[in-house]
Design a binder for this molecule. Structure first.
Ligand code: PXL
Length: 278
């Protein structure tokens, strides 16, 4: 039997199961890659103290990485919530010690329940230490704006220019996600010469908790399986669109996407892909 590709997520634990390492591991399982995790912080709001982010120590992060690397090793990895400058610097250092082709950096900053998932003083470290090592970064419009010194982003043309400018930070590819655009959900992919837009219909739901995590986890899984970045992003966009289409309302909070939706129901929608040379 052939062995599944090995994929690591370095991210936070999201107690509700929709986002963070929980979303990543569910997605890895759905896409038949071998999932591993390094937990950087535990996110869960205490009902009395209101404390929401419970960071792990650098020692705990190093220990998890060393164990997963020794026991299994990695074909691809993604980073999600890293929270502090120290964790970002340690993550960059750990990544530099291994031989790995695909590194997906999801620059997680704020959660849908308004939790602050990255400290303000960590943004420079993300730009300087981690993003330059990445195969692809996957900011949403809010994150892209913050990475570009609070530039307002409203239109697809704004996203195209943002992708071009973020490419200067040194990743191989930039994927700016247009989930907050008006109209269809158009994402912009750029690698230095070609802009590719990927358009999915807007799904009328508020239940998109963890959608960004799930999308970047699916990209990482497909890269580990040998797909190119263009193929991986297209397949992952289809995966997340279907997961959003079949998302759930459980309580009065923003609900989770359904990670098993594509396996259960098949692809929901065609993604329209267009390219232009810059
Ligand atoms: O959806 C962003 C996100 C990422 N990682 C963790 C989270 C969240 C949102 O709550 O908790 C750990």
């Amino acid at each position: 039997m052939s062995k599944p590709s090995r994929v690591l997520t370095i991210a936070g634990s999201a107690a509700g199961g929709s986002a963070g390492i929980q979303a990543d591991l569910k997605t890895f399982q759905e896409l038949d890659v071998y999932g591993m995790s390094v937990v950087t912080a535990i996110v869960g709001r205490h009902p009395v103290t209101n404390k929401n982010v419970h960071p792990q120590t650098i020692e705990a992060i190093e220990a998890q990485f060393a164990t997963a690397n020794m026991q299994v090793g990695f074909d691809a990895l993604k980073t999600g919530m890293l929270f502090s400058k120290e964790v970002i610097e340690k993550t960059a250092e750990l990544i530099s010690t291994i031989d790995i082709k695909d590194i997906v950096v999801d620059p997680v900053m704020v959660g849908k329940l308004d939790s602050k998932l990255l400290k303000d003083d960590a943004i420079e470290a993300l730009k300087e230490k981690l993003i330059p090592l990445s195969s692809v970064i996957t900011p949403n419009m809010v994150e892209a704006s913050i990475l570009l010194d609070d530039r307002p982003l409203h239109t697809i043309d704004d996203l195209k220019q943002a992708a071009i400018d973020l490419h200067e930070l040194g990743p191989d590819y930039v994927l700016v996600k247009g989930g907050r655009l008006k109209g269809p959900a158009v994402d912009v992919l750029y690698e230095g010469t070609t802009i590719t837009t990927l358009e999915a219909p807007r799904i009328n739901t508020v239940n998109t908790s963890g959608a960004g995590c799930t999308y970047s986890a699916a990209i990482t899984a497909y890269l580990a399986k040998g797909k190119s970045i263009h193929e991986a992003v297209l397949l992952a966009k289809s995966f997340i669109t279907t997961a959003i289409e079949h998302s759930f309302t459980y309580t009065d909070q923003v609900g989770p996407t359904y990670h098993a939706a594509e396996r259960k129901y098949g692809e929901a929608h065609e993604i329209i892909v267009k390219t232009e040379t810059i």
